[in-house]
Design a protein around this ligand. Structure first.
Ligand SMILES: [Zn+2]
Length: 202
């Protein structure tokens, strides 16, 4: 499929706006972060429960603990950057257009602000980080369970942060999958703000 078929440079005539999401909006930003926190707590709760049920004995070594904490913090920062980069790679390979990256008070973001992408392109770019990092962190967490309980819990924390942090992406994904099914749908993604447009009914 040619890249030009994945998007429009300008909004075609007879399109109307049907949805607008602004992650910088106080209420939306708070809701998404609250969901992220609840998901994080749920994942950690499940991970700790698995550990307790497994009755794995563990001697805490403070030096290994300190090193692991440092690695964990770097991994979190690296994850946030890579998550946005994966959105960017998907957008770039599907459209070839100019990207935007940044931070707002509520989230990190990546967008392709000067074009309108069709539904399929939008779906792929929105889903990409969730799919990639879930496929990475889930086996990593399972593997580290057998290595060291501390590393296991840190991998679980990364998994929890990842799934929780994808709340906004998953919400949009659900909207596109179940509510706005028109393949001619166009999305404008400026980063923190997304707007959906569909052709007007005749
Ligand atoms: Zn994302």
């Amino acid at each position: 499929m040619k890249k030009e078929q994945n998007f429009e440079k300008t909004l075609p005539e007879h399109y109307e706006q049907v949805y607008h999401l602004n992650a910088k909006d106080v209420k939306m930003g708070l809701i998404l972060n609250l969901i992220a926190l609840i998901v994080f707590i749920a994942v950690m709760g499940a991970a700790i429960l698995v550990l307790l049920l497994g009755k794995i004995s563990f001697v805490y070594d403070p030096i290994i603990g300190m090193i692991a904490s440092g690695v964990f913090m770097l991994a979190v920062i690296g994850y946030i950057v890579l998550h946005e980069l994966v959105h960017g790679i998907a957008y770039k390979s599907l459209t070839g257009e100019k990207l935007t990256f940044g931070f707002s008070w509520s989230c990190a973001f990546c967008g392709v602000p000067h074009i309108f992408t069709y539904r399929k392109t939008a779906l792929i770019a929105i889903c990409a980080p969730f799919v990639v990092f879930t496929l990475l962190f889930l086996p990593l967490t399972a593997m580290l369970y057998f290595v060291n309980p501390l590393f296991y819990l840190m991998a679980a924390a990364l998994l929890g942060l990842h799934i929780g942090g994808c709340a906004g992406d998953l919400y949009l994904m659900a909207l596109l999958l179940f509510k706005y099914k028109n393949s001619r749908l166009l999305m404008k993604d400026t980063g923190p703000e997304m707007t959906l447009f569909v052709p007007k009914e005749p």
